[in-house]
Write a new protein. Sequence first.
Lengths: 263, 372
Amino acid sequence: MAETATEPLVKLRGIAKKFGPFVALNGVDMDIYPGEVHALLGDNGAGKSTLIKILSGVHQPSAGEIIVEGKTVVFRSPRDASAAGIGTVYQDLALNQLMSVSRNFFMGREIFKGPAPFGMMKLQEMDIITHDEMIKIGIDISDPHQAVGTMSGGQRQTLAIARAIYFGAKILILDEPTSALGQKQQMEVLKTIKRVRALGNIAIIFITHNEIHSKLIADRYTFLSLGEVIGSGTRESLDGDDIRRLMAGGAEMADLEMELGKI
Amino acid sequence: MQAERIESDRQVNQGAFRKFIRRPEIGAFSGMVVILLLLAIVAGDVVFNPLGIKNNLSIISQLGIIAIGACLLMIAGEFDLSIGSMIGFAGMSMAMMLKWGLPFGLGEASPFMAFTLTLCMTLFIGWIIGNIVVRSGLSSFIVTLAFLFILRGLTEVSFREFNEGSTQISGLPDFKETDFFAYLFGGETFKWAFTLLYEMGYNLNRLGNQWVIGLDAKVAWWICIAIITYIVLSRTQLGNWIYATGDNKESARANGVPVNQVKIGLFMFTAFCATIFAACQVFDTNTADAAKGNLKELEAIAAAVVGGTVMTGGFGSIVGVIFGAVIFGLVQNSVFYISWIDGSYYRVFLGTVLLIAAFANENIRKRITGGI
């Protein structure tokens, strides 16, 4: 839990990113601890996706540094980031619908014997690992040969998360994992996140628009607005009103109500 | 106990029969059984006698070889319309080397040298086609259509240039009698089976001697290619990559699948299949013709679709394509045995079956992706 993790797994210091004249991020600091869910909140265009793209190696920051386990790192590509233990689960999940669960789980990283790429896959072993890894975070798939297209949105999310963890992610970035789901499946995904958190050694960055979801599972918050951090803190240090105000980009609810009333 | 019900309980475990009828090959398999039964009733004595079997399997395997190439490429999400022209090109290249020797005056061409050099050329053309498709992002339909014209044109021009205006070469020496390598393509196989039949009292000609000696070598090529590609597609890492590439290439790429190399490799594989097709023809008949292989690419694609390959990629099987090739080959060949059917009904049949199969495949795809 939070008190055991004294040293952050990842530290971001002064991360800035410019696209031509446009300042997407203007000096962002963030500390991410293992065994915690860190909610990254902010309105559309606040810079959330730019920040996670920098963390996952898609973009390079214009300034600032990323420190993973005490060492400054430079990610030139997504491959570098995933080698450093950063696993990103994007909204499209990078799953193939017509392929089976275990073939998706090991897509591009198959277990095989013999010369690549003609090596024979160890299909049984792959099925067992897929099944076991998904049970660890709470979903018991009865048939690993089931096509991913027949799974629910929540199950797919779990598959993508289990895959990222199995292939060595210590920092798991979840890009709006609940946004495209129905109520019940949103809860499934939150449960999955909770179970990943309970593993204790994995830091989760949870990007969301949803205040309720963040309150349900987050240990720590960072609020972004117009490319800057406008507030951060642990669950204990922020109260509900703070969260709501910061989510609205710093606007007071009362002000908003007044503005709306005038129309 | 409603609360205990979990999401995965909704995936009902189906019995063996339900699983069986949802296999992608099932449509082609039932089609094949129906055709076999119909032919047995209508013309069983000519279609299933030793000579009929030999001739049918010859047509079937010929189509089967290129259909497997087309199928693998389609599973990876691309088309190759240049297969037919590639057959003509490869046949011309081999025949010209056999007749006039190696290029640049390097002397006599053995069948092995003629085949190997031709294969190098066709693989290189396949590599070029693949590179153009993956680098330009153009549809493979257009790129390979261009090569359909280019290769056919080049074949005709080369023939006329060297062959006094004729687009045919005939009267090559009968290499399969003297050269083992040529025999591999033009000779006969499964002789033991026909000898056995003869000894059992079937397979006799009018004089009471053995009638049919064996099957064409292309049958053995078809079987070998089918077994190897079946294992590659269903069991190996490369097979997983082929499916992943055709299903959703962006997610495949995000997981480290070398999507472009897979596609280029498969364009080379269709070129390989076309070259095998051409070699079997050249060494069997000792002739070559610039028009060889015309429209074969479309028949190959049709056989793949009837075999359950989905046009948009990501789904299909070798077993299905085998059934597809059997259906088309059988009907194509057998309508000529049945005197009261106009042979051109074969095309009507091909079109109708193709349409039905395409509907069925789309239905399966939608069911899997949750569209239904």
